[in-house]
Design a protein around this ligand. Sequence first.
Ligand code: BDP
Length: 328
Amino acid sequence: MISRRQVVAGSGLALATGAAGCTPAAGRTTFTACDVHRDEYPTVVAVKWIGDQLSAQTGGRLSLRSYPSAQLGAEDDTIILAQSGVIDLCRVNSAGLNNAFPMTQPLSMPFVIEGEDHLHAVCDGPTGQQILQGFEVRGLVGLAIYDAGGRCFYNTHRPIEKPADLHGLKIRVPQSDVFIEAVAAMGANPTPLTVSAVYSSLQSRLIDGAENNWPTFETSRHVEVAKYWSQTRHSYSPEFLLMSKQSYDRLNGADRDLLRDLARRSVAVMREAWKATEAEARDKALAEGTQVVEVDRVAFQNACKPAVDVRLQDDQVRAIHAQIRGLA
Ligand code: BDP
């Protein structure tokens, strides 16, 4: 795991060599974009597509350099680096934004979004726009919301069919109060860790399991260690593409419009890559011996209700939650 000090020091070095942070040279600008996933992951593919289009449409005046595989740090680090203008674009999950931006909480909350069609209705409409606009107050510009599939539990011990089966298990969650409260309500001991720490923590038995989507489970190789996959699909917590407001404000109006238009169009690019990657990841995991367990989803949903109700005490969270449920 990279420490924050290393990240900042590393980015400073990169900046000095012209590798990171909106680097204008003779009127040219290269945006830095980071992601915790590896190069072929659909979010990385979509952001690289934006970069290719930018270069093509500006004759190379605007371009983008991608830093996948958490090279610039964990998601929490990259959010801060983008806010402070050290990097230009970060792709992070809603989970990593939940605590600092409560408006994102309903997107991550358990059993609020019912599936991909519902998620698309939310993200492609006024609610998605409203949430994207809410980042500007804290130094970020929301550019796009991407799919992340249904998150499910997986563990090294036993088939989990109902909440009681989670008792006593340490389950890794993202650093989000929404996830901590939900997983506790479902009966496990939530253990917040960065996603990069999950593989070694499963191996060393620091944790017994985690929860995520098929592509993260397979591409991050958690599949090698955790054999039991439970189809809870308890959260459809989506991905965000965010830009440093400092970098955005340096662009002229036409470049801002171009970037926003490409980000909007990249959603379709991402969704297409996502469908294929999700199916392929599932097939590969099954071929590697993953045991898929059908679950009592209603029991999990009922167990989560008190955790959802706690979050709904916040007026903004309650209002967005109501909009989302209205689209179900
Ligand atoms: C994956 C997201 C990634 C998150 C990770 C997590 O794509 O952005 O970092 O979950 O659980 O699905 O932290």
